[in-house]
Write a protein that binds this ligand. Structure first.
Ligand code: PLP
Length: 387
């Protein structure tokens, strides 16, 4: 007998982002690595969860999601974006948007299929593609505005292309895709009979008057788009693990089957709280975006004074930075120095690229943190000396 891991599992490493949180805890560092808030979730959302548990909503929900939450998801999407969504046939509630993404890829991709991924990308998409047996085709977005080259993207589409993954607002770059960019991508999807799988988890975290445009709102796209979202970022409850996928009925049927056998379902009482959260008034989202704009504007000058070149995010809650002016050209060694000697944890840029060399001079800071946390990061980063 030879005991070994699968070839699939051998093709990717553990998450660098989650590893940085462990290192931050080990070294007592200010954790600006993983994207979770260190401030409380909204009181009314927490109270709804407590009520659901006390009211004995403690057994399995319907595998594809409690009716109340599916209805809230459909109603909110239609209210904000004008696209009708059938909660009975087009919504699947999952354990975080993380599960929505892997369940979707497992449901729509076959070995030999190709999936286009724009990079830098949220690190889960790489292993997700491997697990689904498909081949990722990476296409670069380039600073300063993280635009993609249209010819390059066109060339990445072929007869084998089944889908493209689009994350807007984007982690790690803070890019918010424009209507023109989305229309170009939509055109390629239509021409190649491919799906758009969009991760829209930062839909409400927007700055400088930018607007979030869901791919499913573009002409002819609702029928070939899987819109992935979740409670984690919008309601500051990353530990609840409640997400969802909105997709046309034929895809939803496949996603629901995969989801059922992966996890059976997301936490029932937290789904009830989700139904309440998704019905919060627009004011909640305006306040959320404004509070993140203040945090962004607090962190950017701290980083600039410390010697980082910064890319100003237009959405999401991260700042991508360049470390070359600090005399470093190895993101991993720099991140280690920062966490061990300076006491601030960040994510090495290479974890967002297929070819690690592309991220060698970048690190990502998360600013979903309390003012006091950012104050402490400022004190510590003031100690950072260029090499
Ligand atoms: C782009 C993106 N998608 C998905 C996730 C994970 O979301 P969830 O907590 O819903 O699984 C994150 C978390 O950082 C993210 O940045």
């Amino acid at each position: 007998m030879s005991i070994r891991a699968s070839a699939k599992a051998a093709r990717f490493t553990e998450s660098v982002i989650r590893e940085m949180t462990r290192l931050a805890n080990l070294h007592g560092a200010v954790n600006l690595s993983q994207g979770f808030p260190d401030f409380p979730a909204p009181e009314e959302v927490k109270e709804a969860a407590r009520r659901a548990i006390s009211g004995d909503v403690n057994q399995y929900a319907i595998t594809w999601g409690a009716r109340s939450l599916r209805e809230a998801i459909a109603a909110k999407f239609t209210r904000l974006y004008g696209v009708p969504v059938d909660p009975d046939r087009e919504v699947t509630v999952t354990c975080g948007s993380t599960e929505a993404m892997i369940a979707t890829l497992l449901a729509v991709l076959d070995p030999g299929d190709e999936v286009v991924v724009l990079e830098p990308f949220y690190e889960n998409y790489g292993p997700d593609a491997v697990l689904s047996g498909a081949r990722p085709r990476f296409v670069k977005m380039r600073a300063p505005d993280w635009a993609f080259d249209r010819d390059e993207l066109r060339r990445a589409f072929s007869r084998k292309t089944r889908a493209i993954i689009v994350n807007t607002p984007n982690n790690p770059t803070g890019k918010v895709f424009t209507r023109e960019e989305l229309e170009f991508i939509a055109g390629l999807c239509r021409d190649h009979d491919a799906l758009a799988i969009t991760d829209e988890i930062y839909e409400h975290i927007l700055y400088d008057g930018t607007a979030h445009i869901p791919m499913a709102t573009l002409p002819g796209m609702a029928e070939r788009t899987v819109t992935i979202n979740g409670m984690s970022k919008t309601y500051s409850v990353t530990g609840w693990r409640v997400g969802w996928a909105i997709a046309p009925p034929v895809l939803t049927a496949a996603i629901r089957k995969v989801h059922d056998f992966l996890t059976v379902g997301a936490a029932a009482p937290l789904q009830e709280a989700g139904a309440l959260a998704l019905a919060l008034p627009d004011e909640y989202y305006r306040t959320l975006a404004a509070s993140y704009a203040r945090r962004r504007d607090r962190l950017l000058p701290i980083l600039q004074r410390a010697g980082f070149r910064t890319h100003v995010p237009r959405g999401a809650y991260y700042v991508m930075t360049e470390i070359d002016a600090l005399g470093w050209d190895d993101d991993v060694a720099f991140a280690r120095h920062l966490v061990e000697d300076v006491g601030v944890a960040v994510v090495p840029g290479s974890s967002f690229y297929h070819d690690a060399a592309d991220g060698r001079r970048q690190v990502r800071f998360a600013f979903c943190k309390k003012e006091a946390t950012l104050d402490e990061a400022e004190r510590r980063l003031a100690r950072l000396k260029p090499r």
